[in-house]
Write a protein that binds this ligand. Sequence first.
Ligand code: ZN
Length: 596
Amino acid sequence: MTDAFFSEILRFLQTRTRRASKHEATLRNRELIHNHITAFCTLYRFQKITIPGNTSNLESYIARQMLTAYLNNAEMRTGTHFRTSLNVFFDVRSLRSLLRRQTTTTTDKRLARTSLSEISAFKTILTSAESYNALEGRIDEMRALGEEYVEAFIFFAQWLETVGGGTYRRNSVWYELSAAKSVHVLYRLSRLNAMLPEIVGRPPARWQTFPLRHSFVPTYVQFDLGIVASHILGLDRLQIRLEYKNPDFWKQHYFNRKPYRRGPGGREFDGTFWTDGYGVSILMRTPGESKGAGQKRKRGQKRTSRDAELFPYLHTVNRKDLQQYHDIVFADPNFRDTLYFMHYNSSRSNRRILRYTSMSRRRHLGTIIARDKRERFINHRDNTDEIRAAEHRLTQTNSYSTSTTDFDHYVSVRGETANVLGPLYENAIFRRIRWRTSIGKQRDFSLLGNLIRRKFGSNSLIIMGDKSAQTAARFHPSTQGVGLRYQLHRLGFRVLLLDEYRTSKSCLDCKGNTTKTNIKRVNPRPWQRQSFPKTSVHGLLECRSRECTLECDGHSRKWNHDLMAVCNFRQIWDAHLNSMEWPNDLQVQPRNEIVM
Ligand SMILES: [Zn+2]
């Protein structure tokens, strides 16, 4: 897969005549596209367009962007998709819900638990083989787990053989999947996934195989001012790069009040900006770097190693280095929707705590406002019914499908609805909403930064639990665990990690185990007391140890879940700074390695 293929497609969608080529790859691409383009144009009712002037720069830019999207999708998602297909095969979802349900009998729960651990063992076998042949050699181990695991292996066998040509780097098929970035492998996997209903009688996992654009709202386009200028002046093709003859051209013509500096040399405006017709983003670039499409990491640098550099663990950092900080803040990225911060000096009489919930996020993002605005706008159109009908028709199609009939159906319905929805979504209001919400995200994080600075001081050191938010709560904008580290880092805070092991379990007083509990209290919202006189308090833990119950007059000791976690963080911090042993109850015990 190359960007030449995509730029060839873009050329085919225009009325422009193509120069003859003798290049073998070009001819192959053209033939491939030629076979499908007529069918596409009929289905989508697409009229070839004419773009005046020189378009090759735009074409190659967009082609590059498309290619990057395809490769990134294959790199980041193939492993996850394989895991979800496996989970559908073994019906992990219903096993999990069986465990959660209160009505399930203990025997059933035990059975469900064994199956889940067997599935995990099966995945471990898959993870720890250096090649497909090695996997085949371990079929007896799979048989020992149960016949269905052999069946699963047979089902995926042909695909597993194609991954990396049968050999897996770093002894792991998952590593190979993301290292190979193969769009073809991802496609083959989704074919298998589409076959799942026949094999196991359950709907397949839903995912997008190819990163296609679905939105009707026009997207951002990149402009090069040099090209714009030469279009206005009517210069011919060869003079397009006029400004680059003078390396200081943009320095002389573009001024910004605050020079943007990061690292040595800073960044410069080189004439590139983005626009969607509503907002403009200006691109600053390190001089001398090529204009490749978004490459976030340096080549060869792995995410994990970069993470380890940016966010070291507390116990690996020198004590002297830590003693210079006066404002130490402990942060617990709660797996639900709250971020809980506590200052080192916080005490019962002087609480220095910051709670940042999904509600505050949502308020900053303006999600609900945006939705209402959109609905109101549609309701005030002349053809509201037509729009609703078109939107309904679109929801009936399956744009995720890899089957050509389904996808053809989607394309043709989209083509039909485009004359209703296209003009609607071209309205500036939708771009404005999108711009607003994207600004909202930035505002949200800078606001969080300000909140932290105001509450805890400008040079705070943040000690954060290392759990990445695993289970994103439904119906809430997610509080990113891993992403959050980067945001805090970008806001200028130093972030250290801390092994969360048992920090949300161990009782602060007696070091015993705590368990979840539920108590009722009088509804704190007086206007709702009529209908709900009592509400339950969430996020409570109780300690039933002998010591604690004695101290609390026979009752169990109650802890707020978040508070307990950050207080335990504080104990670990104290122990590290005074070069004492790590608190006994919070010490990481050798556990069985759990894969996934
Ligand atoms: Zn206790």
